[in-house]
Design a protein around this ligand. Structure first.
Ligand code: GMT
Length: 377
């Protein structure tokens, strides 16, 4: 099958999911065309069956806002025709479903039918999409998609609650490539002592450092943990709250215990050495970062918001607390870290829970959907 994937090419979860999905589909013999404004960060063009088509938006001074949707929908039409693409899969409703719909209509005008699948990822629904300025167009483009998927049950419910959606929403959870040896440390590029020279526990947070991630809660939780358990905090990612976190660490006198990495391509290395992962988000449709940690056998201390309880099993792969309950999060973290036997139980359980989300279970769900969409023609 020839599939066009539209996504954000950046470090965000939706782009990562779209890229990993495309790479796996290509490995299974499908021809995958990524169509976006930059090569996605996790994409290597050296893979067979993978193509990347860049969307360029010429800068014209008359425009206060450059019309990306227009350039994207034109590029989609051109690429569908040139490569005889069968299915269009857009990740993140804004503006991809809208541009996809326009492309579909333009192609229809030329007698070409292409089904469109829209995958909802979270902030396109819960934070940005339901803003009154966008809501009408977002509702319309979701309803016009041939199939709609959401990455968790919680996001599906949120979408029905926040928008007037007539379409059925199919839940296809995010996934991870499970490698039975992923959490076994061997042949490392960097030694654990580079991160924790005195064999301290390694606590990690990975995100885009936006307000929704509640970065101050990460720092506060760590502050309490390190008072009882010698530990280091790895802060991975870039975003507006990074400076806030750096200042907080200085004020609390823990700067020497915290490493800020920025956006890193060494996430696997960091997770391999991590003892605990923190995700105290205000809202999270799924929490891919938590699942990635669990796939390395890292227990997760998180909030219980959105789809996180569908991923982090309370008392098994980690613990859930109410949003903002830093005291409970710290208490749970210490309970896991202070006893080696307990810690090992949580590590194994985290890995076991992650196994449920193995790409091999999830990929066929997307393939089935593509086939159904094609047969609807
Ligand atoms: O986490 C973010 O803010 C980035 C955002 C994105 O669109 O890239 O992530 C969303 O999609 C991820 C992949 O499906 C989910 O794992 C994240 O939970 C979701 N983020 C939020 O809902 C805040």
């Amino acid at each position: 099958m020839k599939i066009a994937i539209v996504c954000y090419p950046t470090f965000g979860g939706s782009g990562v999911v779209a890229t990993e999905l495309g790479l796996e589909l290509a490995q299974k013999g499908h021809e995958i065309h990524f169509i976006t404004y930059k090569q996605p960060v996790r994409l290597s063009l050296l893979n067979p069956n993978i193509y990347f088509h860049e969307v360029n938006v010429p800068n014209y001074p008359l425009f206060h806002y450059q019309p990306y949707e227009l350039a994207l929908s034109s590029k989609l039409v051109d690429m569908v025709k040139l490569h005889k693409i069968d299915v269009l899969h857009v990740h993140y409703a804004i503006p991809h479903a809208y541009a996809g719909y326009m492309a579909k209509k333009m192609l229809e005008d030329e007698g070409i039918y292409i089904p469109m699948i829209t995958t909802l990822h979270g902030t396109d629904i819960t934070l940005v999409g339901n803003h009154p300025f966008y809501k009408t167009a977002v509702t319309f483009s979701i309803n016009q998609s041939d199939y709609v998927t959401s990455v968790s049950k919680s996001l599906k419910e949120d979408t029905y609650r926040l928008f007037d959606i007539k379409k059925e929403i199919h839940v296809i959870p995010n996934f991870i490539e499970i490698d039975e040896e992923k959490h076994i440390i061997k042949g490392q590029k960097c030694h654990r002592s580079v991160l924790a020279p005195n064999n301290e526990k390694i606590i990690t947070h990975i995100s885009n450092f936006r307000k929704v991630k509640r970065i101050p809660d990460v720092v506060k939780t760590f502050y309490t943990i390190q008072k009882s358990i010698p530990s280091k905090l790895m802060m991975v990612g870039e975003g507006p709250e990074k400076l806030v976190a750096e200042r907080m660490c200085e004020d609390l006198g823990i700067s020497d215990k915290v490493i800020f990495f920025g956006n890193s391509n060494d996430i696997d290395q960091i997770l391999k050495y991590s003892d605990l992962f923190l995700l105290p988000s205000e809202t999270e449709s799924f929490g891919l970062a938590a699942l990635e940690a669990m796939a390395f056998g890292v227990p997760v201390i998180s909030s219980n918001s959105g789809g996180i309880p569908e991923v982090n099993a309370h008392g098994i792969s980690g613990y859930l607390s109410n949003v903002g309950d830093v005291e409970d999060m710290s208490k749970n973290a210490i309970a896991i870290l202070q006893d080696e036997t307990v810690h090992n139980q949580f590590k194994e359980a985290a890995f076991d829970v992650a196994r449920k989300y193995d790409i091999n279970h999830i990929l066929p769900l997307y393939e089935d959907m593509y086939n159904q969409a094609l047969n609807k023609r």
